[in-house]
Design a protein around this ligand. Structure first.
Ligand SMILES: Nc1ncnc2c1ncn2[C@@H]1O[C@H](COP(=O)(O)OP(=O)(O)OP(=O)(O)O)[C@@H](O)[C@H]1O
Ligand SMILES: [Mg+2]
Length: 470
């Protein structure tokens, strides 16, 4: 029989559809990284340029304001007649500044600028307002309407501001190219790093799909999110491998353990077919029916055992009262034990102990032990089931005064279908203790078989959930 994982059509004939470039992950990562880098770079450059421009603009305005205040203070009056000599002097001796003094009729009195409408406040004027422009730089200045209706404007060449503005645009243009190139480079490296790790995972997945179920994803040892992902996937693969192994094991067990009862069944059917006497045939058919029932019982026990062994967590776990468990066992087996001529004594703990587990499985665990004590002990045995708190653990103890199990056999009896020679005449399949150990292991407990002098003493310790006073 082949247990390999069946190859799906898509795995063996994987059709790799080519995505449009702009929909591929690498393109998106590169575009996103480059975009973010470009935007943040331009934002930083733009903001610092804007700030520089603002400071320079403030300095220029300050220089204009100083020049205007100086003119007013030297003139000792804010009218055309007082300002005239001062402005005349300034026009001749203060290069770089632009002045205009007009009377209330808007006639130019003295200036190195052309006529202006008398508007008060800060003004940006085109280069054409200058009388002898040598360049095309605009003028930034401040206009004041005088007491006598005249108008005084003082301004300055905005060359520095213009060139800063120009430099800023130049810097922005070049830096956008540089930022874009760095962003693209960074994006390519980033996408290779991320997609490389994803590729490692998908490569391993493909190898596993092709049958090598022992393959695992190699961790990069950086402990990043991909390592966490790889770790989880490896744990999942370990679990799957264990499940596949357990399925194989159960198939092997069923194939092996069912052989004998099925052969016996065949033998009874042969006997029935060969019998000419009706009573002999009926007797063989009855034995065949009983054999079929035994075979089905073994089959379902093996499956149930495999189910328990394949789990790594208790199914439908709940908080169970130890007292209730013991009461249930007492109600099930008290009269059965008496029928066999035994005495069943149940000793409940002083405080009600709570354990976290599956109630059905825990009852099954205790039932199997009590059934063993009842079945494998000669009549008149004293069977005791007790539970007590020991070092923060609950200890169930089942003792009987029967023949016990020799020390050399105490490990072997947990194996499937193992029965001692002394029990050959007693009905059973040799699966009860295997089931008990599987349930104990599932509940993270420990089981021990000891000599009860005379008889068998079975100890099971399970983690306790809580203790409540009676
Ligand atoms: N209390 C006991 N006293 C003596 N021998 C025991 C006791 N419990 C178990 N054994 C021995 O261990 C063997 C395995 O026990 P186990 O419960 O697995 O199978 P079983 O009782 O024979 O069959 P079943 O599958 O019905 O439980 C028994 O056949 C018996 O020989
Ligand atoms: Mg048994």
């Amino acid at each position: 029989m082949c247990y390999g994982i069946p190859e799906s059509k898509t795995s063996s004939q994987t059709i790799v559809k080519r995505l449009p470039v702009f929909r591929s992950s690498s393109f998106r990562i590169i575009a996103l990284f480059a975009g973010c880098f470009l935007v943040s770079g331009l934002l930083v450059t733009g903001l610092s340029g804007y700030r520089g421009q603002k400071i320079l603009s403030q300095q220029i305005r300050q220089a204009v304001a100083n020049e205007r205040d100086e003119a007013f203070s030297e003139a000792h009056g804010r009218d055309v007649s007082h300002l005239y000599p001062v402005i005349k002097e300034l026009v001749q001796n203060e290069p770089g500044f632009y002045y205009l003094l007009q009377d209330d009729q808007e006639h130019s009195i003295i200036s190195n600028m052309l006529h202006l409408r008398p508007i008060a406040g800060w003004r940006w004027l085109a280069w054409t307002h200058r009388t002898s422009p040598s360049d095309r730089h605009p003028v930034i200045g401040y206009g004041t309407v005088l007491y006598d209706g005249g108008y005084f404007f003082v301004g300055i060449d905005s060359t520095a501001l213009q060139s800063l503005h120009h430099d800023l645009w130049l810097t922005l243009s070049w830096s956008s190219i540089v930022f874009l190139l760095i962003g693209l480079g960074g994006g390519i490296i980033l996408s290779r790093l991320i997609l490389g790790k994803i590729e490692t995972i998908s490569l391993t997945a493909r190898e596993i799909m092709h049958g090598d179920i022992t393959r695992r994803i190699t961790l990069s040892a950086t402990g990043d999110e991909f390592d966490h992902l790889a770790d989880s996937l490896n744990a999942m693969l370990d679990r799957n491998e264990a499940l596949i192994a357990s399925v194989r094991q159960v198939s092997d067990d069923i194939a092996h353990d069912m052989r004998r009862p099925l052969a016996r069944l065949g033998q009874y059917l042969d006997e029935a077919m060969g019998a000419s006497v009706i009573d002999i045939r009926n007797g063989a058919l009855l034995r065949a029916k009983a054999g079929l029932r035994d075979a089905l019982e073994i089959f379902s026990s093996l499956l149930r055992l495999a189910q328990i062994e394949s789990r790594d967590r208790v199914p439908d776990s709940q908080v169970c009262s130890v007292q209730r468990l013991l009461e249930k066992i007492e109600s099930f087996y008290k009269s059965v034990a008496e029928d066999y001529g035994h005495t069943l004594i149940i000793i409940t703990p002083e405080s009600d102990l709570m354990i976290d587990g599956n109630r059905v499985l825990l009852v099954q665990m205790l039932s199997n032990l009590i059934e063993n004590a009842i079945n494998h002990s000669p009549a008149g045995a004293r069977i005791v089931l007790s539970a007590e708190l020991q070092n923060a653990e609950i200890m169930f103890v089942v003792t009987d005064t029967g023949p016990g199990i020799p020390p050399a056999e105490r490990e072997r009896v947990f194996e499937k279908m193992v029965r001692l020679d002394s029990s050959r005449t007693i009905p059973g399949n040799g699966l009860g203790l295997s089931m008990v150990r599987a349930i104990v292991c599932l509940h993270r407990g420990i089981i021990r078989l000891q000599d009860n002098k005379p008889g068998l003493r079975c100890e099971i310790t399970l983690p306790v959930f809580s203790v409540s006073e009676k």
